[in-house]
Design a protein around this ligand. Structure first.
Ligand SMILES: *Cc1c(COP(=O)(O)O)cnc(C)c1O
Ligand code: SF4
Length: 347
């Protein structure tokens, strides 16, 4: 007899089996990501006169972009909204007052090795310092961040601290990007955390479903679906052009195994600071079973001032957005203010 559950499992397995079976493993795709500016200029037919400033601005935070993300950029256009997020430019070298190396003061909130707690009930594991892409506006750009963490990959202190604090009901895996860890390491960490009785939710903050969708593969889905806690994946997409078919498949695979999908974006001048882009982003997220969660104002990290959108302009955009979209597709406009009990809503 075929039960409801039997049908559901069968459908699930079909879906997982149809999931992206790339020619290359994600690890290889990540290893082959573009780090060399001349390779990027070449592939995008960009005039080589621009390359000097890129080389200079590379600094401590080098160029890193996956091939699949680069494939979504328009050729020959420095103003492409995806390219702007990853291309080192001369503006980064200007020092601007009010911008610093650690604008969010993360280091003040360490409660154990690799574990931060700023807010009630939620603790954040810095699971790795590595990412699959380097976003030029990222507040982590100034840290030669925790490569120590990444190489050690031992979260015993963090797991123990969570186990000892019954107030922590949600653990956020962040970084860097937790999904660049191997399945072996990530599954081990996740199962250890999910076995702690007071941990009800595991949340992942990751840009990988957007920039390396091949990573959401059969191997990953087959252990991830067995986590006994609520699963939330907060992706990070800033522009509708990022959400192509391949990304859609990775999101629908996650959705099909009962993962709650949310998106956070950063409001970035020249990238998504207009009504049409924000509206299209929300609609496209919804088509992909993902709800807009936060729209962050820029963290004031050195080298990112040229991306800043002023608060009053942001508020105006949000107001216009509310006039276009159902309430559940309008993200919350927030800023990270050090020392507060939560992200600070901008109203
Ligand atoms: C943003 C953040 C969280 C999550 O906050 P939510 O409002 O629950 O999304 C948790 N811990 C730290 C350290 C954060 O920066
Ligand atoms: S942490 Fe997120 S925003 Fe920062 S560089 Fe990595 S992927 Fe980009």
């Amino acid at each position: 007899m075929i039960t409801g559950i039997g049908i559901k499992n069968k459908l699930l397995n079909q879906q997982i089996n149809q999931q992206i079976r790339p020619q290359k493993k994600w690890q290889q795709l990540l290893a082959e990501a573009i780090r060399d500016p001349s390779q990027l200029f070449d592939q995008l037919d960009l005039p080589t006169t621009g390359i000097d400033q890129t080389l200079q601005a590379t600094g401590k935070f080098n160029l890193l972009v996956t091939q699949s993300y680069l494939n979504k950029m328009q050729k020959g256009a420095f103003s492409d909204p995806l390219l702007m997020q990853v291309l080192p430019v001369a503006n980064e070298l200007t020092s601007v007052s009010g911008y610093s190396a650690d604008p969010v003061c993360d280091q003040n909130y360490r409660i154990a090795d690799g574990l931060l707690q700023k807010y009630h009930g939620r603790a954040l594991v810095v699971s790795t310092g590595a990412c699959a892409i380097h976003c030029r506006y990222c507040f982590r750009r100034e840290f030669p961040y925790s490569d120590a963490n990444a190489s050690k990959n031992d979260w015993q202190a963090a797991v123990k601290a969570v186990a000892n604090d019954p107030q922590i009901s949600e653990v956020i895996l962040s970084g860097g990007d937790p999904l660049v860890l191997s399945d072996e390491k990530l599954a081990s960490l996740c199962f250890q955390l999910s076995e702690i009785p007071h941990v009800k939710t595991l949340r992942f903050h990751s840009r990988v479903p957007i920039v390396l969708p091949e990573r959401i593969d059969h191997d990953f889905l087959s252990w991830f679906q067995h986590l006994s806690v609520k699963k939330v994946v907060v992706i990070h997409s800033n522009h509708p052009n990022e959400l192509d078919e391949m990304v859609g498949k990775s999101l629908s695979a996650l959705h099909s195994i009962d993962t709650m999908l949310l998106n956070q974006s950063v409001l970035l001048k020249g990238v998504n600071d207009n009504l049409e882009t924000l509206e299209n982003l929300s609609r496209k997220l919804w088509e992909n079973d993902t709800l807009p969660y936060y729209l962050h104002l820029l963290d004031k990290v050195s080298g990112a001032a040229h991306f800043d959108v002023q608060e009053n302009i942001a508020l105006g955009l949000l107001d216009e957005l509310r006039g276009k979209l159902p309430g559940y597709l309008v993200p919350k406009l927030v800023r990270e203010v050090s020392g507060k009990r939560s992200k600070t809503p901008i109203v």
